[in-house]
Design a protein around this ligand. Sequence first.
Ligand code: FAD
Ligand code: SF4
Length: 479
Amino acid sequence: MADKMLKFVKIGQQNPPKRKVDLRKEDFNEIYDEFISNKAKEQSSRCSQCGVPFCQVHCPLSNNIPDWLKLTAEGRLEEAYQLSQSTNNMPEVCGRICPQDRLCEGNCVIEQSGHGTVTIGSVEKFITENAWANGWVKPINVKTELQQTVGIIGAGPAGLACGEQLRKSGYQVTIYDRYDRAGGLLIYGIPNFKLEKFVVERRTELLKKSGINFFQNFEVGKDATLNQLREKHDAILIATGVYKPREINIPGSDLNNIFPAMEFLTASNKKGLGDKVEKFDDGTLNAEGKNIVVIGGGDTAMDCVRTAVRQNAKSVKCLYRRDKENMPGSSREVANAEEEGVEFVWLSSPKEFYGSNKVEKISVNKIKLGEPDDTGRRKPEIQNDGGFNLEVDMVIKSLGFDPEDLPKLFDNNDLQVSKWGTIKTNFETLETNVPGVFAAGDIVRGASLVVWAIKDGRDAAESIIKHLKQKEISKIKVA
Ligand SMILES: Cc1cc2nc3c(=O)[nH]c(=O)nc-3n(C[C@H](O)[C@H](O)[C@H](O)COP(=O)(O)OP(=O)(O)OC[C@H]3O[C@@H](n4cnc5c(N)ncnc54)[C@H](O)[C@@H]3O)c2cc1C
Ligand code: SF4
């Protein structure tokens, strides 16, 4: 093994090359080039094959990372793919957009010893893209069709992963989604420069070819109630994500040209997919030639600032109330935004929006960080002096998301939710208090990550299968 692996001392860390800033600002394509095969093999060979692989421990899907790195280093790429896909329904998506610095790569032993982490995400993407190119990624070939049916509400990563796992076991699966395209935030939230849309559409097509039925433009709560779907299916999964934007309640918030992040990003993604988007085409949601201020410091805010750059904004500023060290956004995405010319205004929060009809100016409070609060993070406190004004043509609010009122929307007041409005489930089974109704992804966790949504979808599928088997047994006993 030492021959092929443990090369971290001799071979330095390398990621696939990033496209030059001037070029990547001109389009919405992904910013990283592909690994060539030899580079992927070489980088995989840096893995130290730890006895207790902390990368695997810190991957929510417990991916067998050291094993597929070794197979890649040995050039056994089909086996590497088979192993990688056995724990992950979308390895090419996770390889691209997991915040690896906080998960697998951040816990790589080589990283801890100062040699620079194995570039796990890039290799995961390489293995799966190579598998697609070679025709190794195939639709599910169901051996025995089962009669029981499952209705899944939401075609985001949680719903898609659950649907795929159920279909592999032969169940009839129908996925309902209120959008016109499947993919959830993968299609309309996350911009192309992080995740090109063909990657998502290719997955959806594969699931369609596997026999999963998709009902798009179908909003549960409007087109059917939860109970109507329960009558139709043997089990239900709720995987609706969280979409209610958090608001800023300061004077002037009702002025025009102040938009929630998802409205801005969805318009941009739809344009990229070739749709007609009236509010973009008439200039309302287009940042071109405008002074843009994005409020917030998470990954969604980073996606907004970088989208505005690509729309040729005159200037792009990000206003955040803490400092760079205390930002929730991934450090990789902050660095990308800085390279692309975004100006970060740290330790500042908006006080008031001014303008006669649409927003023209923001007055900003300076902030200092006080003592840590209950969460352990230092509390932002307004400073009495040092405030300033910013000229602005468009404001994008990116302060996070809350769940919609699902019991009301679904016309089912029995459905229990937490004090935050997320759905309450049994931690072990992911079943809600309504029998036969399960829930997964952001609607249970609150706004989280794609990899966690996939993990929840897989876990929910396991529980649903147990539930359906139990149901069959009960039927036989009654008969
Ligand atoms: C802008 C942005 C960028 C992000 N970037 C990253 C990133 O880089 N890396 C990362 O890991 N995570 C990222 N995330 C988080 C990640 O996208 C989510 O955690 C993940 O998509 C959650 O998956 P989900 O399946 O639970 O929900 P979603 O992806 O939100 O899917 C829910 C689906 O349910 C549908 N739906 C909702 N209500 C109904 C209804 N009543 N009837 C029918 N259908 C309904 C919606 O249309 C949607 O398609 C980002 C999030 C945002 C907003
Ligand atoms: S799924 Fe995410 S955390 Fe797990 S190995 Fe892949 S990139 Fe790392």
